[in-house]
Design a binder for this molecule. Structure first.
Ligand code: C2E
Ligand code: CA
Ligand code: CA
Length: 601
């Protein structure tokens, strides 16, 4: 080997090795002046290597902002480390064409015979690796941020918030701080989205986030934990009333309209607030309390602040007890069905009865369905209650038939839950069949609000109603005139008639528009061959006015209130049919002039 090596030109070997090396090699004097650069160094740095000889890398290889002054360059000296280990460092360098690269540079010291100490740099372009690494770091940071923040508002997300809340509660038990929570809900957010588009909805959410950021203290954390649900955690709330004050401030700030793309958006907030006044309160309990308070705020008409205080706590307890009692009432048959008659104005004959549920409470006496039906609904027992009403209606029809009253119908109120029962129409029809009851003797009343349910459910209801009416069962749209799009439903649903709501009839004598609407509803329904029952007639005058407006059937306290089943049949037997208004044309005439003016057609 040695023999071969001695025979060839060492210079040529070095030249070839340095030429083909991928690493850039730069030989400098101890004061940094370039003695020699290989081709690779020239390539990496974008210079002709020969042109670098005699220059100082500090003057040409660094980006302008890192470049030392001429005086500093003149004073520069490499300092040889004492330990003799090669040093590897990473520098940002500037190529001849101005682009920036990252170099990993290894610095070594050596002696050249007849010259003295030199410095040899081996440089590697690691720009790609650095770029990749930066990208990776950015991605990691992004992921970390995404995992903890809500991308629309930049606030914490539910996940991050829950962790913060748990930490805060754990810290509270060690200190005198009071942790508090505000649960914030944007009222009617869906309608903003629906009427102005999602971009407007997003703007509204971002707007709320901005306001939250403005009012937050250094120890508060805001988060968006659902579509339009926000929470604010305070680590050192002073008191419940202070918390309420802050919540009110939020309400006021948010009440200012927001302009988005020339549209003025207005919305309100509902806020439920609670403090962790118990040292060992869990996150779940605190959230639940703030949630209950929020629920109350919405229930009281939205745009409000409700704090979870002792009163609300008691109220919740009572509600829970009430719910238990309602459940018991349903199974212990404390519920009674009563019957309120309706009458044909034409001849004074009784058209039928409506089945109305009553709760005979052992301590409180009779309780109105308005009070306990929402609880029944929450308990998921609505359909079974309505089935019981249906059975009560069947029984009354049978009793009437047995007593010779074969024309009168009995109606009952069918909730959405009942209509949504699988095969309800079939069950209904087969029950009538079993009992030998003609289909037109049981009338089904459905609420307008039931029918304007969500799209999917609407189709189900329409099918059920269609099936009933095809089979000769009458279906009446209840509380007609209180909902939104009454007339469109009349067109789309195969209902047999409507019941005009008491909110219209109660003003029949005093309010011209109400009277006019009642008249037009009658015209329209007669035109469509539909039945009309008018509810809530409380006096003879109202009955007379109804007759003048084209009314055919009335129901109301003037005729009778709802009666227990055992009284109902006797009442029917003793009711004397009169033709109250036809026989007294004079009354009709005066009422017509007195209440409605001459020009109402
Ligand atoms: P609704 O179906 O509109 O029933 C008419 C309500 O108005 C009844 O109240 C009735 O007592 C009352 N009413 C009748 N005539 C007059 C009047 O001249 N003046 C006044 N001020 N009120 C009158 P009730 O029995 O308290 O029922 C309230 C609501 O509860 C009902 O309204 C109905 O929607 C619902 N409901 C009652 N029973 C049942 C049931 O068995 N099932 C279902 N799903 N709902 C029921
Ligand atoms: Ca009804
Ligand atoms: Ca009604």
């Amino acid at each position: 080997m040695r023999r071969i090596a001695s025979r060839i030109d060492r210079q040529a070997i070095y030249r070839a090795a340095s030429k083909s090396s991928l690493a850039g090699i730069l030989v400098q004097t101890i004061d940094g002046t370039v003695l020699w650069a290989n081709d690779a160094y020239g390539r990496i740095m974008g210079h002709d290597p020969d042109s670098l000889v005699g220059k100082h890398p500090l003057a040409f290889a660094l980006p302008p902002e890192d470049r030392p002054s001429d005086a500093e360059i003149a004073q520069f000296r490499f300092v040889k480390p004492t330990d003799d280990k090669p040093r590897v460092e990473v520098f940002r360098n500037r190529r001849g064409d101005g682009t920036l690269i990252w170099l990993e540079i290894q610095v070594a010291f050596d002696q050249i015979r007849g010259f003295g100490e030199v410095v040899i740099l081996a440089a590697r372009d690691i720009s790609d690796q650095v770029a990749q690494r930066e990208k990776l770091e950015a991605t990691t940071a992004d992921l970390r941020r995404l995992a903890t923040t809500d991308s629309l508002t930049g606030l914490a997300n539910r996940h991050a918030f829950m962790r913060t809340l748990r930490d805060a509660l754990a810290a509270q038990s060690q200190s005198a701080d009071l942790v508090a929570l505000m649960n914030i809900d944007l009222d009617h957010f869906k309608s903003i989205n629906d009427s102005h588009g999602h971009a407007a909805g997003d703007a509204m959410l971002a707007h709320l986030a901005t306001i939250l950021a403005e009012v937050l203290g250094p120890d508060d954390v805001a988060a968006r934990i659902g579509g339009d649900e926000f929470v604010v955690l305070s680590r050192n709330a002073v008191s419940l009333s202070h918390l309420a004050e802050r919540a009110h401030e939020l309400l006021i700030r948010f009440a200012k309209p927001l302009t988005f793309e020339d549209v003025t958006l207005e919305a309100s907030l509902s806020i439920g607030a609670a403090t962790a006044d118990d040292a060992d309160m869990t996150a779940d309990t605190l959230l639940k309390r703030a949630d209950l308070a929020l629920y109350q705020a919405k229930d009281r008409g939205r745009g409000q602040v409700v704090v979870y205080d002792q009163a609300l706590h008691d109220q919740q307890r009572e509600a829970a007890i009430f719910a238990t009692e309602v459940r018991g009432a349903l199974s212990d048959q404390q519920l009674a069905f009563m019957f309120q008659p309706s009458m044909r104005l034409r001849d004074g004959e009784i058209a039928g009865f409506e089945t109305l549920v009553r709760w005979n409470h052992p301590r409180h006496g009779f309780i109105s369905p308005a009070e306990f039906l929402p609880v029944v609904r929450n308990l998921g027992l609505m359909a079974s209650l309505d089935f019981a009403a249906f059975e009560a209606a069947i029984t009354l029809v049978q009793q009437m038939s047995a007593a010779g009253f074969t024309q009168q119908h009995v109606s009952f109120n069918a909730s959405a839950e009942l209509l949504a029962q699988d095969g309800f129409a079939d069950t209904f029809l087969s029950r009538l069949n079993q009992e030998g009851i003609a289909p037109d003797r049981i009338v089904v009343e459905v609420l307008e609000t039931v029918v304007i349910a969500t799209q999917g459910a609407k189709d189900v209801f329409a099918r059920v109603i269609g099936k009933l009416t095809e089979n000769g069962v009458k279906v009446l749209l209840d509380d007609f005139g209180t909902g939104y799009a009454g007339l469109t439903h009349l067109a789309k649903l195969a209902v047999s008639g409507v019941k005009i709501d008491r909110s219209l009839t109660e003003n029949i004598l005093t309010d011209r528009p109400s009277a006019k609407i009642i008249a037009m509803m009658h015209d329209l329904c007669h035109e469509l061959d539909m039945d009309v029952v008018t509810e809530g007639i409380e006096s003879k005058d109202q009955a007379a006015a109804l007759w003048d407006l084209g009314g055919r059937v009335l129901q109301g306290f003037w005729l009778a209130k709802a009666m227990p089943s055992d009284v109902t049949l006797n009442w029917l037997k003793t009711h004397k049919a009169e033709r109250p208004f036809l026989s007294a044309t004079a009354i009709a005439d005066t009422s017509n002039r007195r209440y409605l003016g001459a020009n109402l057609s």
